[in-house]
Write a protein that binds this ligand. Structure first.
Ligand code: HMG
Ligand code: MG
Length: 299
């Protein structure tokens, strides 16, 4: 059985790095991720560069990549201004994002949830009329850094709204890494009552070490698409204390051990992980990367 991986390290990972990573390093990282067999790579974001200076070079990064057969590069866009910048690079896919909880939405994109709907509706409509595919994210589904527990109804409302706008898939986010497998079972079991599993993805952060266990729980609920980040890079600039996404190396290792196909080569990922770890000058959280580099991993 095939499981799809959306590599978000160059965006969700790097957006959290304080020191600006040179554009050519970002491009080389994405090329290495592509060479490892990843087919969906979120390369950057066209948000307000004053909010996320690390990704101010979004256009340069995308313009530095050449089209590869079967590979989709995408970027986050928060509004029409972001979409216009993305369009100028010839991008074929963008992602819109909002939160299930009011305070995280406000801190992250400076709007209430109800103010956000018409903005994203316009972005999705315009992007689709330009022939782009649009993915959606719902953040803070499993907990909010400001409000704590988030009632499932709020996540359902935002998920439904994004799907109605015309996004092809919604990534269900544990932005601050608080979810446990039981909650993942309950959440996806509730969501798939209204939505087919093919239109949902799991986006787990590993802040409390439950990331891969949450993937296993979501797999049991029929979810077949997961976001992950090379080396376990990342966090969320508007979610204090959030650690990185689950690492792509750890995810691929676990899935292939479960007999699931990802089409991704672990040695290629190790090369990409070692590269960005060296460039950032610190050890990244991925356990499989560590084991691979220590030569202890049998694969
Ligand atoms: P705002 O300041 O309220 O925007 O930001 P505004 O509409 O009032 O405009 C203010 C100025 O910004 C204007 O310029 C605009 O042109 C400019 P001025 O007239 O003052 O010279 N501007 C832009 N410039 C370039 N690109 C743009 C853009 N938009 C406005 N796109 C905004 C509102 C949404 C833009 C801002 O809040 C923002 O950029 N937020 C993004 C924050 C972010 O990137 N957070 C991290 C990503 S989300 C995440 O990590 C979660 C996720 O991984 C899932 C999970 O983990 O659960 C997806
Ligand atoms: Mg995230």
């Amino acid at each position: 059985m095939q499981v799809h991986i959306v590599e978000v390290g160059p965006r969700d990972g790097l957006q959290n790095e304080k020191e600006i990573v040179p554009t050519d390093v970002k491009i080389e990282l994405i090329q290495k991720l592509t060479a490892a067999g990843l087919k969906r790579i979120e390369a950057t974001s066209f948000v307000n560069p004053k909010w996320i200076p690390q990704l101010a070079d979004a256009a340069e990064v995308l313009n530095g990549l050449s089209a590869q057969p079967g590979v989709t590069y995408s970027a986050l866009v928060p509004n029409l201004r972001g979409l216009e910048r993305a369009r100028e690079t010839g991008l074929k896919e963008v992602a819109v994002f909002m939160s299930a909880s009011e305070s995280h939405n406000q801190k992250n994109i400076n709007k209430t949830i109800d103010e956000t709907f018409p903005v994203l509706e316009e972005v999705v409509r315009e992007a689709r009329s330009l022939g782009m595919r649009v993915r959606g994210y719902v953040s803070t589904v499993f907990g909010c850094p400001y409000e704590g527990e988030v009632p499932l109804d709020k996540s359902r409302r935002v998920t439904d709204a994004l799907l109605k706008m015309g996004v092809y898939e919604v990534s269900i986010g544990d932005t601050i890494g608080v979810a446990t497998p039981r909650q993942v079972h309950e959440t996806f079991a509730a969501l798939v009552k209204d939505v087919t599993t093919e239109r949902l993805a799991g986006h787990f952060h590993d802040t409390r070490g439950t990331g891969l266990a949450n993937v296993a729980a979501a797999l049991q609920e029929g979810i077949r698409t997961f976001d992950s980040s090379i080396g376990g890079l990342g966090g969320c600039p508007y979610a204090p204390g959030a650690a990185g996404n689950i690492s792509t190396e750890d995810l691929v290792y676990m899935l292939s051990g479960m007999g699931l196909e990802t089409g991704v080569d672990l040695d290629g990922l190790t090369e990409a992980g070692a590269y960005i770890q060296h460039q950032l000058g610190r050890e990244l959280p991925s356990k499989v990367l560590k084991a691979q580099l220590a030569g202890k991993c049998p694969n």
